[in-house]
Design a protein. Structure first.
Length: 258
């Protein structure tokens, strides 16, 4: 349940910048929009037993959800659930709430590298899986490639005070490893990919969710929301675990069979 964004002074700076450019308060940081019902059926919300949603995830197989290791590294399966097939988390008439039976954290996870985990579901979800990038998909990580991130996280860097129940989406562009490393100290290019756009970003609560490109009309996940400096601060791209890193991709395949 770790928070991976440095907020406070940087958050205030973002609000000040937003005021200068005339952005509305509700859209000043993440800068995204509400996702249409049923658009991203592979999305999963990672929750505790009380129903508190603290991270995102993606369905990668009927019995498996991919998320970030930092979301669940300190947890066992006893108090973890995932919600699938639901755009509005308050709409209990849709989707499924499924118990997590096992947590698998990448064996090489160390704070900012190999930030990936798999949640085994007690019962299979009926939601479709998202395709995952493979070794031959490095072109999807080329600088300037349009990508999308989705989640239920904050629309302001306020530790949950502005986290909507409705799924949101935001369009970004891949940022080069060299540019990302200039400001994100500790960034590990082999295991990370970065994305950004002006006053647009993922934020607290989006951790573990998918960063994906669109190929022939279908989403292909290239990253897992990992960490960043505040949210949508110019020159500080968000960092995502690289799905097709050989150590990450082969581990997903071994555990989840995809």
């Amino acid at each position: 349940m770790a928070v991976r964004r440095l907020t406070l002074l940087l958050a205030l700076a973002v609000v000040a910048v937003a005021a200068v450019v005339g952005a509305t308060p509700s859209r000043a940081v993440v800068g995204g929009s509400a996702a249409a019902e049923g658009t991203y059926r592979f999305m999963a919300s990672v929750q505790d037993g009380s129903g508190f949603a603290f991270c995102g995830g993606s369905v990668v197989a009927p019995g498996w959800v991919l998320t970030a290791a930092h979301c669940v590294a300190d947890d066992d399966a006893s108090d973890l659930w995932v919600v699938t097939g639901r755009t509005d988390l308050n709409d209990t008439s849709r989707g499924q709430r499924i118990k997590v039976s096992a947590v698998r954290v990448h064996p090489d996870y160390e704070d900012m590298t190999h930030d990936a985990a798999l949640l085994q579901l007690a019962t299979s979800t009926s939601s479709p899986a998202i395709d995952l990038a493979d070794a031959g998909d490095d072109g999807l990580e080329a600088p300037g490639t349009p990508v999308t991130v989705t989640g239920w996280g904050d629309i302001l860097p306020t530790f949950g005070l502005f986290a909507p129940a409705e799924l949101r989406e935001v369009d970004l562009e891949v940022v080069s490893d060299s540019e990302c490393g200039e400001t994100n100290f500790g960034f590990d290019p082999p295991t990370g990919v970065c994305a950004a756009a002006l006053l647009k970003d993922s934020c607290q609560g989006d951790s573990g969710g998918p960063l994906f490109a669109t190929v022939a009309g279908d989403p292909v996940q290239i990253g897992i929301v990992s960490y960043g400096v505040s949210c949508a601060v110019p020159k500080f791209p968000g960092v995502y675990s690289e799905v097709n890193n050989p150590a990450i991709r082969s581990w997903i395949s071994t555990i989840a069979g995809v």
